[in-house]
Design a protein around this ligand. Structure first.
Ligand code: GCU
Length: 327
């Protein structure tokens, strides 16, 4: 009997120590699933891989972020909903589909809101950017960071030089009322389609055109179908990394800190690789037979005045003013 007790105790202690060993060797205690829409060659995906590596390093393997690209876990809208329910931990989405959940996000959809990339980052890194990251807490969505998504421009099967050329064109937009308003104001006909279905939609003529930044135009291979890229740079919609607040609140303060630090480091990394990707992806699409058009932006700006006017005197109007005041 005594021997049995001693044996059981020895086994128990060994089990505890072993558990300790396993922790040191890096058995994940927390695994966070992150779904998004982009291809693995995209600089925003690469930044998230970098972030996941940092999480693993900083937690000595106790925390893990598993990334599922290319809409494997759903479209951006579906992923945001999954976060609200706590089925998925994290997602990376454009701020455009976030508008349907967090109305303040609409401000990013105002065409020609930011003066340039410097203005954009000054706003995002400052108090307005921070306020908007946390604007969805009640809706169960906590923004962790913004990633650069550059400026969006039209690509089409036919040449677009001015808003007049958009007349009669079916243009794919994201799941976003602001994008629809913008296309309407410019004279085109807006059709919302998830990113993952767009190649086929363009190929089969469901839509004639779309709009996006150079790395997304390139990595989605939409350039195979659309041979005209008009750099009118109408919107600068940031990408956002979001975590379910339910999941966030369950993390220990130490894990929260590790995750936030890793995310912040990935933002700096992403900004560097973004600038390079924008340049090289433009060159590559040209080599693939795409004609780049540098249009006069003023007619595009003038065509969307009604979108600005609509928000005067509203909460979005106040954000617009505050953003314009940032020098
Ligand atoms: C950008 C953005 C994606 C988004 C895509 C789209 O590429 O980074 O998050 O899905 O635009 O147009 O749907």
């Amino acid at each position: 009997m005594k021997n049995t007790v001693i044996l059981i105790c020895a086994v128990c202690i060994a089990a505890v120590i072993c558990d300790g060993c396993k922790k040191k060797q890096g058995r994940p205690q927390v695994t966070l699933k992150l779904g998004h829409a982009l291809d693995i060659a995209h600089p925003v995906h690469k930044a998230m891989v970098y972030m996941a590596e940092k999480v693993s390093e900083k937690s000595a393997g106790r925390m893990k972020v598993e990334i599922y690209p290319s809409e494997q876990l759903g479209t951006e809208k579906e992923s945001i909903e999954a976060l609200q329910l706590g089925y998925m931990a994290m997602t990376k989405t454009s701020t455009a589909p976030m508008e349907g959940f967090i109305p303040q996000m609409k401000v990013f959809g105002i065409p020609y809101l930011f003066r340039d990339s410097e203005h954009f980052w000054k706003v995002l890194k400052g108090p307005i950017g921070k306020e908007l990251l946390l604007a969805g807490q009640k809706q169960g969505l906590r923004g962790l960071c913004y990633y650069d998504a550059g400026a969006r421009s039209f690509y089409s099967k036919k040449e677009i030089d001015s808003p007049a050329d958009l007349k009669g064109l079916k243009i794919r937009v994201q799941n976003s009322t602001m994008s629809m308003k913008m296309i309407d104001a410019m004279g085109g006909s807006a059709t919302p389609i998830p990113f993952g279905e767009l190649y086929t939609a363009l190929d089969q003529g469901v839509v004639d055109a779309a709009e996006n930044n150079p790395p997304s135009f390139y990595t989605s291979r939409h350039y195979e179908v659309c041979k005209y890229y008009t750099l009118d740079e109408h919107t600068m919609l940031p990408d956002m990394l979001v975590i379910s607040t339910r999941v966030w609140n369950k993390l220990t303060p130490q894990f929260q800190q590790i995750l936030q630090e890793a995310v912040d480091e990935s933002v700096e990394y992403q900004r560097k690789i973004w600038a390079e990707a924008e340049q090289s992806d433009l060159k590559t699409v040209v080599q693939q037979g795409v004609k780049i058009i540098h249009p006069d932006k003023q007619p595009f700006r003038d065509s969307v005045k009604s979108v600005w006017d609509e928000f005067e005197g509203t909460e979005i109007g106040d954000f617009i003013k505050r953003i314009q005041e940032v020098q």
